[in-house]
Design a protein around this ligand. Sequence first.
Ligand code: HEC
Length: 221
Amino acid sequence: MKTTLFSILLALGCLPAAIIARAANPPLVVVPGEPKFTWIESDDPAVADLVRTGERHIDHVGGSLIGEVNRVLAKNSAGAAVDLLHLRNYPLPKSLEGQPHVTAIKRTSLRVRNPVNAPDEGDQLVLALIRDRMSEGLSLPELLVQRVDRPGLPVEWRVSKPIGVATRCLTCHGDKEQIPLDVQAVLELRYPEDRATGYTSNQWRGVIRISLEKPAPPAAK
Ligand code: HEC
């Protein structure tokens, strides 16, 4: 079966605790201190263009990630594939005039392999919210939207979407004992602090997050 981000997301929906529902938005939370993270309703018309752009890029990143896993595993041994994944040269999309522009793309999780992907404070809020909702058997929002205010800097808008684990991800993220020995050897060498094993198929893995800035207002004529 062809695996798409959609099927990974759908697979998450198979978990009894994780029914993906666009309508269920998290409560508004303002975290004290700097930077300031604020939840925004994903269907708030004021952020419609940001959410649309963010989701489009998340779906593209997710689709590319899965396509690449399939391609790379078809052509290489799993051990060699470790150094080829994921999306190492994925460029930030070009800014189009009048459109929100993407300032960062992140894949993060409560259990990361590469410390570079570790969640920052805002990501931790997103991940904790998903984890708590799942453990309470509540529905998950399809998208989580945050506004990030930092003194003297443009507002950062974040759109995050949960992703799940497909069967072929288990070659490198499954039970440690089940991971092929050549993969284990490379992982130990490259990622001594690896925490991203022990997953099972359809389990929640983390989020893809896109950071955006609103376009500058048109210059006065
Ligand atoms: C051949 C091994 C391999 C396979 C297969 C693989 N991954 Fe990874 N994964 C890695 C490596 C290596 C990293 C750390 C490097 C990086 O930052 O991308 C990683 C990191 C990640 C991260 C970033 C968070 C972190 O732990 O650092 C996510 C999310 C992720 N993988 C999801 C997936 C998903 C979903 C699949 C299946 C569609 C998958 N992986 C399949 C090797 C693999």
